[in-house]
Design a protein around this ligand. Structure first.
Ligand SMILES: Cc1ncc(C[n+]2csc(CCOP(=O)(O)OP(=O)(O)O)c2C)c(N)n1
Ligand SMILES: [Mg+2]
Length: 792
């Protein structure tokens, strides 16, 4: 500490006054530009040119201060108030801010999300077009913001945790473009009210345990929309409430700082020391930035005069950071009134010009489409009042959007009765294609790192291959995997010391170290966050959810964050995260879960693998590890002690995703299922064979993606009867499979009898074998339904 202080003092002394002055004025300029941006943006919404706006006014001074300490290589996981931080760090321009406000889908204009996110949701590029990681050490990295308040916390934890991994895991140090010996700090920002969320508390506790370079900034403006701090936080103070986490000399924990959000000089002084300490010691810190304001209220929806008292509003005016910084500059003779007036006037002009430029870039391509549409319609308009009205309506729009163009074209094609609409149709089709690219692309990787482009490799077996327990297949696989791929890191509850509850990692921590295979606290949400952070930074995490039923605790970051990352950055960030869990049939309300319908609906943007045994699981792991797509792997909870033949090419064979396998051929009924239920189905087919009912049993293998080559349809064409079976609730994943085959594959045309689903009951199973028998589908159910189908 002492030595730091000395060098700090020297540094300050060495800074020439003029250099210091210039720095302050540059910061004040950014403060002014950011404030103007907020003011002008709000007008754009109120006049209808943008739909909604949320701004960083009132937080400017704190953010120019914080941005000074955000270095190349660092990461930010923040929320929608951070425009000033972005401007000050040179990571975003005012023009780009406006482009996002207008939802400009051109990534060259709006580089954060290509118009996919609401305004003030930032991101920078992490991967190139081929899915290769960029040199993140030499750029400032912004993980893509999300709207759910506090959703940034688990990810922030993970981004900081990755620094620890890079510093401590042997064999990663050569990855010089991914980390400089773990010196990267993750700056995490959050509003005062969002600290009420469990995400915040879980993150702070985990950070205190893990000892990672996480700097959490709470922008405390006293409100969460209209609800004040008294309703949000114990003792109305997040720093007081967290004081038990304070690190002491001989404990772990976090450092806690309280800053005044209008006090530019005071903040800079504390931050300089504090961030250095985080970087060097990996001790996390909380910066409670108090006394911030919201000059324009929460957002463009509603006004704060409705819920703030006159006294509070007056206080906010007086303690506005911009005003305070101005007064501080004058009081310290760093500039005079004229100079500051100039800065303020120039800021106004600059922001206005930036706004205008963003608007033109946004609107011109649309205007071109309008123009093109009108000239096409004029060619066929003669004597057609409908088309003439269309032309008139479209030309009269002052601020047309792409939708107006498409609707006009479609209505002319569909209802105009014009005879020659071919050209109009062609243009419509061309725009449809263009818009598909703009609005639908990049849910999954589409380039060479797509999991769907990985070449399958068949499993091979020695002549005298052993039969071993399912868990041993995994155990031997993970052993080879960790020897071969240094980027792989695995963690979860009971995964380290005992090697997971089913021994997949048994003995491997001793072999590969606590830094790569380790236990975590019981905190599914932040286990997901750790995985997200590692994956975003180019590592290959396998994060465990101990049992499928507890996925709900970690579902939010998967659904809101992981699933949308590639899409919401239009392919600029990837999260190659594998979530490993085990589920389906065991016993009791919370250990027999198979909520697959919920999962596949919540997790579009991830792949969902439901291997029937551990051999298939290994092949899927291999496929996923070659790609950048995130996935959930649901191993069969009752399969770890079933014998399987040990493949000889464990880390080479790859099971393709979206390719079902026929595990029993037959001619009468196509039975479609997955995971543990397949064993019930196979048991039933023994009886059905005796009854001369021949079933073709298909294992779908993955629910997302689902039967990409429509192989189930081929089976149905042969049998003309189909039943979908799983252990989910009625209308769950069985209904999804049904829909895929009937509607997407056109299966209804090949049916001789009505198609069926067999599922579990609506309720969860009672404990014990009987609970299982009466609540989940059993082989007798399958036999009964099959017989009925044959009688119809
Ligand atoms: C999970 C979730 N719940 C509710 C909202 C709606 N919402 C958006 S902002 C906000 C208030 C946040 O207040 P605070 O954390 O203090 O941040 P501030 O806006 O004051 O900077 C709320 C409730 C949301 N975005 N996400
Ligand atoms: Mg607030």
């Amino acid at each position: 500490m002492d030595t730091n202080q000395v060098s700090e003092e020297n540094l300050l002394e060495n800074l020439s006054f003029d250099k210091f002055r210039q720095e302050v004025l540059k910061d004040y300029k950014i403060v002014c530009e950011s404030r103007e941006t907020s003011l002008l943006s709000r007008k754009e919404v109120l006049t209808g040119k943008a739909k909604f706006g949320i701004f960083g006014d009132g937080k400017e001074v704190a953010q120019v201060a914080v941005a000074k300490f955000f270095m190349p290589g660092d990461f930010r996981s923040g929320y929608y108030r951070d425009q000033t931080f972005m401007f000050a760090g040179g990571i975003a321009t005012v023009e780009q801010f406006f482009s996002q406000l207008y939802a400009d889908p051109d990534i060259n204009n709006e580089p954060f999300s290509a118009g996919r996110q609401m305004n003030a949701h930032f991101a920078t590029k992490f991967v190139d077009e081929n899915g290769e990681w960029l040199d993140l050490v030499n750029r400032k990295n912004i993980s893509a913001d999300i709207a759910p308040t506090s959703g940034q916390m688990p990810r922030g934890l993970g981004l900081a945790f990755a620094s620890k991994v890079f510093r401590e895991v042997e064999g990663l140090q050569h990855l010089e473009t991914l980390s400089d010996n773990g010196n990267e700090v993750c700056f995490c920002t959050i509003g005062d009210s969002a600290t009420s969320e469990g995400h915040f508390w879980e993150t702070m506790n985990a950070a205190g345990v893990l000892q990672i370079p996480l700097a959490v900034f709470v922008w405390d403006d006293g409100y969460g929309i209209s609800v004040p701090k008294e309703y949000q936080t114990t003792k109305s103070s997040i720093s007081k409430a967290l004081s038990g986490l304070q690190k002491k000399e001989d404990t772990n924990g976090i450092n806690i700082y309280r800053l005044k959000g209008w006090d530019y000089a005071g903040m800079c002084e504390i931050l300089d020391e504090a961030i250095k300490n985080i970087r060097e010691t990996h001790t996390p810190a909380l910066f409670h930035v108090e006394e911030l304001t919201q000059p324009q209220g929460h957002s463009t929806s509603g006004s704060h005069e409705r819920y703030k008292s006159a006294a509070r509003l007056a206080w906010e005016k007086e303690w506005d950071g911009k005003k305070q910084m101005r007064e501080w500059i004058l009081a310290n003779s760093l500039a005079d009134e004229d100079e500051l007036n100039d800065i303020e006037d120039n800021a106004k002009v600059f922001v206005k010009e930036s706004k205008q430029s963003a608007w033109e870039k946004y609107i011109n391509p649309i205007k071109e489409q309008v123009q093109q549409t009108i000239s096409l319609l004029q060619k066929i308009a003669a004597g057609n009042p409908f088309i003439e009205t269309c032309i008139k309506d479209l030309s009269s729009l002052r601020e047309p959007v792409r939708r107006d163009v498409m609707k006009t074209l479609a209505s002319v094609i569909d209802i105009s009765s014009a005879s020659d609409v071919q050209e109009v149709k062609d243009y419509y089709e061309k725009l449809l294609k263009e818009n598909k690219e703009l609005f639908d692309s990049d849910l999954y990787n589409e380039g060479p790192k797509s999991a769907l482009k990985v070449q399958p490799v068949a499993a091979t077996f020695h002549e005298d291959a052993e039969y071993v327990n399912g868990f041993e297949i995994l155990n031997r696989y993970f052993d080879e995997l960790f020897a071969n791929n240094k980027k792989v890191i695995a963690f979860g509850e009971d995964l380290g010391k005992i090697g997971d509850v089913n021994q997949g990692f048994s003995g491997l921590q001793e072999k590969y170290g606590k830094e790569r295979i380790f236990d975590t606290g019981i905190r599914e949400l932040t286990i997901m966050g750790q995985g997200i952070g590692l994956a975003l930074r180019g590592l290959r995490p396998i994060a465990e959810i101990q049992y499928l039923d507890y996925l709900l605790f970690g579902l939010q970051p998967l659904s809101d964050d992981v699933c949308t990352t590639h899409f919401r950055t239009k392919g600029q960030q990837s999260v190659p995260l594998i979530i490993r869990t085990r589920g389906h049939r065991l016993e009791g309300i919370w250990h027999s879960g198979s909520p697959m319908g919920m999962i596949i609906n919540a997790l579009r943007g991830m792949y969902v693998c439901v291997p029937r045994n551990m051999t298939q699981a290994v092949g899927m792991y291999n496929t996923l590890l070659e790609s950048n797509d995130p996935a959930l792997m649901v191993e069969c909870l009752n399969g770890y002690r079933l014998k399987e033949k040990l493949p000889s090419n464990l880390i080479e064979y790859k099971v393709p995703l979206g390719v079902p396998e026929i595990i029993k051929e037959g001619t009468d009924i196509t039975v479609v299922s997955y995971g543990s239920t397949l064993r019930i189905v196979m048991e039933a087919t023994e009886t059905l064979d005796k009854l001369n009912i021949s079933c073709e049993v298909i294992d779908v293998q993955t629910l997302l993606p689902f039967d990409l080559n429509h192989s189930i349809l081929d089976s149905l064409k042969k049998t003309n009867r189909i039943v979908f079976i799983d252990e989910d609730v009625p209308g769950g994943a069985s209904a999804y499979m049904f829909n895929k085959v009937m509607e997407e594959q056109g299966g209804y045309r090949w049916l001789d009898v009505s198609p069926r689903t067999i599922t579990a009951k609506d309720h969860r199973p009672s404990y014990g074998s009987d609970g299982d028998y009466f609540s989940k589908p059993n082989s007798e159910d399958v036999v009964r339904v099959a017989r009925k189908m044959m009688e119809e």
